[in-house]
Ligand binder design. Structure first.
Ligand code: KIV
Ligand code: ZN
Length: 387
């Protein structure tokens, strides 16, 4: 058995920062309950100082959702931290997640602070949070663009001050997998005290590499992955947690048998709920949860799947909560799939009826991209009348 990778879900915080998304308290609770059922380890329920509504929502999640750690985000600022604690304090297990940017570009233009000031603020923030709870996460925002020696100094100081989780964000999705993996490996090897804490990554998807980067980090020592359901979040979003979890599961041979506590069969239901409540549609070809993730259109693929599912499926759809593979009826579909669909619909046709119906089906499919069961029924009825 390998080691556990902890799943930190930020759908309700970074995910809610997706342009156009705003969740009310009831919706946040509904999603948080489903995330707990899914088996994530930590739910980041929001950013309590950002608005009274968010404060109330985080507090409600902390009070009502059991069996999971509830985290609240806070800048490295005492008011933020006190407010975050007020919001999460009633959770079964409460975490304060405090952060400050460490890259020169952020320190100069956004914070207008020197390195010394940032270092001091990070230490003070962790100590303040530690006064409230033993579970304190520290993030060095924009870590991927931070000068490594300074980053290592800040991380070491945060550990010394009492942080129990050190999160290394690729805030702007700038990293690429090989480089990011060795960066995490260096941190795990060189930073004093790092072996006493959980190393976490938080990867954004600006180059479409958030999941690949998260997996590279895990191979190099990270044991917490942050992300959001359906990959939602600021700009191009966060690492899609369902993809990280299923990659670790499906390719455990490549990932040293690392495992998560996620009940994978709850993935699809969670994805649907998040999509419905946020209004963010899931693209059809999205891995794991898209409508086409287990759909087969071409005749060759359909015939293969009907003979043996694993010819064209690396995961059993049931494993992620999708009832079964979907053989889409279109112009590339073959006789095998057509026969199967007729059987599923309750038709028992002779060989000749089947052949004639199949010919009609192919003609229709040339004109219409999506052939429904109603279309097939009409074809068969027409054929029966003529026979
Ligand atoms: O992207 C980021 O750096 C963040 C931090 C607050 C962790 O969301
Ligand atoms: Zn983020």
């Amino acid at each position: 058995m390998g080691q556990r990778v902890y799943i930190f879900d930020t759908t309700l915080r970074d995910g809610e920062q997706s342009p156009g998304v705003s969740l009310n308290i009831g919706e946040k609770i509904q999603i948080a309950r489903q995330l707990a059922r899914l088996g994530v380890d930590i739910i980041e329920a929001g950013f309590p100082i950002s608005s009274p509504g968010d404060f109330e929502a985080v507090r409600a999640v902390a009070r009502e959702v059991k069996g999971v750690t509830v985290a609240g985000l806070a800048r490295a600022d005492f008011q933020d931290i006190d407010r975050a604690w007020e919001a999460v304090r009633h959770a079964e297990q409460a975490r304060i997640h405090t952060f400050i940017a460490t890259s020169d570009i952020h320190m100069q233009h956004k914070l207008r602070m020197s390195r010394e000031q940032v270092l001091e603020a990070a230490v003070a923030a962790v100590k303040r949070a530690k006064g409230f709870t033993g579970d304190v996460e520290f993030s060095a925002e924009d870590a991927s663009r931070t000068e490594p020696a300074f980053l290592f100094q800040v991380i070491a100081a945060a550990i010394e001050a009492g942080a129990t989780v050190i999160n290394i964000p690729d805030t702007v999705g700038y990293a690429v997998p090989g480089e990011w993996g060795s960066f995490i490996e260096t941190i795990c090897r060189e930073v004093p005290g790092i072996d006493r804490v959980t190393v976490s990554v938080h990867c954004h998807n600006d180059l479409g590499l958030a999941v690949a980067n998260s997996l590279a980090a895990v191979l190099n020592g990270a044991r917490q992955v942050e992300g959001a359901i359906n990959g939602i979040g600021e700009r191009a979003g966060n690492a899609a947690l369902e993809e990280v979890v299923m990659a670790l599961y499906t390719r455990k041979d490549r990932y040293n048998n690392l495992y998560t506590g996620v009940h994978t069969e709850e993935i699809y239901r969670t994805s649907r709920l998040v999509s419905t409540l946020t209004g963010m549609k899931v693209q059809s070809n999205k891995a794991i949860v898209g409508n086409n993730a287990f759909a087969h259109e071409s005749g060759i693929h359909q015939a293969g799947v009907l003979k043996e599912r694993t010819t064209y499926e690396i995961m059993n759809p049931a494993l992620v909560g999708v009832s079964k593979s979907n053989l889409v009826m279109g112009k590339h579909s073959g006789r095998h799939a057509f026969r199967q669909r007729l059987e599923d619909m309750g038709f028992a046709l002779s060989e000749e009826e089947l052949n004639k119906s199949f010919e009609r089906f192919k003609k229709l499919a040339d004109k219409k991209s999506d052939i429904t069961d109603d279309d097939i029924e009409a074809i068969v009825e027409e054929e029966m009348k003529l026979a």
